[in-house]
Design a binder for this molecule. Structure first.
Ligand code: UD1
Ligand code: CA
Length: 448
């Protein structure tokens, strides 16, 4: 159900030049998902009835990424954060609920923080403006929050416009605000650009609201929650915060991480209890690991499912639609793509299994390759339950190996093998007694 008393505006019209990228800044991924979508997912918990994203250049990219999840408004040219909210007039001038002003490059806000801002807005004195403040270790060039003895917010002073005394204030402006939609555009109408940057500052709505007799309040968040991402190094810092939170969450839920800082999760990774993960493992998007699984070091996964009690790695690569069955074993230097490895089957060493079904309890010998691609099309390999595939075998798809069949080592199998049969395709072994000794003697004599 949507909350008809809540609208959100996400500002994302900045040029993002420090990112040095063709990709719009807000679409750079954190934990494998665009930062804008982290924010949008958080907002889903508050069910806003209207979502407006303000963009400048790169509108098409943002539009393609969000689809019909939000309205997109273009701010061109960009005359500052206040001007960015002014351009949402067509979408929001009839709206009288709460309006949250957010930033596409500040993606790590928690629902609790946003809810707290809304609670403050509807708390004592019903302030028309609630600003999210924070106390950074380095106040850099952040706007400073000027508060009175009661903690009421009097004004926000931009760093560029601040006096030396004001620059000593530790409480800074995150930029995030909750506004009373009924008066928001009246307040915005009062902005001007008589300031150091020559911009229409959103922050000036505080002084304007005070002058009109409205209350203004501060709600405080931690620095890591409100960090903005403007460059690749800030993106890396945010990724570190995100990964730290993911690792902690999984450990809290009963997952053992031998070296947490060397394991990377995706935003959507699912892991069951009593799973042990050794160092240096990377989870791309779409991976589910059921309980009691052991993942040995140096594995890379994406789009894969690992079922109860399976063992994977070290050095295994599971690609999209790899489905490793309960109790199955995937060993070192094994790559699996779009294949189902049924319960208890083993692929222990040096194999490529693609577009295949490996039956229950089958054993795939070292160096087995499913030749699934002929340069044009992909084809299926079906290996029956309990089959035994000898080492260094090439299975040329489409091909079926019957249940319980044995394929001799070094075979190239191109035709169906029946249930319980033995198939060997390599040349017969020949032996010539004493040949090697005679050969050596001849060569020694001829050497000159
Ligand atoms: C702003 C705040 C400052 C706060 C800081 C937190 C103002 C005037 N100042 O400063 O108090 O401490 O954020 O990071 O608001 N944007 C638009 N259109 C514009 C200008 C900006 O959409 O015309 C968007 C940008 O994409 C960016 C955000 O607004 O995401 C902040 O803009 P920026 O110019 O970086 O503001 P700051 O100077 O950092
Ligand atoms: Ca900024």
């Amino acid at each position: 159900m949507s909350n008809s008393d809540l609208a959100v505006v996400i500002l994302a019209a900045g040029k993002g030049t420090r990112m040095k990228s063709k990709l719009h800044k807000v679409l750079h991924p954190l934990g494998g998902r665009p930062m804008l979508h982290h924010l949008m997912d958080t907002l889903e918990n508050l069910s806003p009835s209207r979502k407006v994203i303000v963009v400048g250049a790169g509108k098409e990219q943002v539009e393609k990424s969000v689809g019909d999840q939000a309205e997109i408004v273009v701010q061109e040219p960009q005359f500052g954060t206040g001007h960015a909210v002014q351009v949402t007039r067509d979408q929001l001038s009839d709206f009288s609920g709460d309006v949250l002003i957010l930033y596409g490059d500040v993606p790590m806000l928690s629902v609790a923080t946003l809810q707290n801002m809304l609670d403050v807005r509807h708390g004592t004195g019903n302030p028309a403006v609630v600003v999210l403040g924070f106390e950074p270790t380095d106040t850099k060039a952040y706007g400073r929050l000027v508060v009175d003895d009661q903690g009421d917010l009097l004004a926000i002073v931009e760093h560029k416009d601040a006096t030396a005394d004001q620059r000593k204030i530790g409480l800074c402006n995150s930029g995030i605000m909750a506004l009373d939609g009924a008066v928001m555009f009246d307040l915005l109408d009062g902005l001007d650009d008589n300031n150091a940057a020559g911009e229409f500052y959103l922050t000036d709505v505080v002084a304007i609201a005070r002058a009109k007799g409205f209350g203004c309040a501060v709600s405080v968040a931690s620095e890591s929650e409100v960090m903005g991402i403007n460059s690749r190094s800030e993106l890396a810092e945010a990724e570190a915060v995100f990964q730290g939170a993911q690792r902690q969450k999984f450990m809290d839920e009963g997952v053992t991480l031998l070296d947490p800082s060397s394991v990377y999760f995706s935003h959507d990774t699912v892991i069951g209890t009593d799973v042990t993960i050794e160092p240096n493992v990377f989870f791309g998007p779409g991976v589910t690991v059921e309980q009691d699984v052991t993942i040995k070091g140096f594995c890379h996964f994406e789009g894969a499912t690992i079922r109860k009690g399976a063992t994977v790695g070290p050095y295994a690569r599971l690609r999209p639609l790899a489905d490793v069955g309960a109790g199955a074993k995937i060993g070192n230097f094994v790559e699996i793509k779009k294949s189902t490895i049924e319960q208890g089957a083993k692929v222990s060493h040096l194999s490529y299994i693609g577009d295949a079904i490996v039956g229950t309890g089958a054993n795939i010998g070292a160096g087995t390759i499913t030749c699934n691609y002929d340069g044009f099309n992909k084809a299926l390999t079906e290996i029956g339950p309990g089959a035994f595939i000898g080492s260094n075998t090439a299975l040329v798809a489409p091909v079926k190996i019957g249940a319980g069949a044995i394929v001799g080592a070094g075979s190239v199998v191109t035709r169906e093998v029946s249930t319980d049969a033995l198939v060997v395709t390599r040349a017969k072994q020949k032996e010539m007694a004493g040949w090697a000794a005679a050969f050596r003697q001849k060569q020694i004599k001829n050497k000159g």
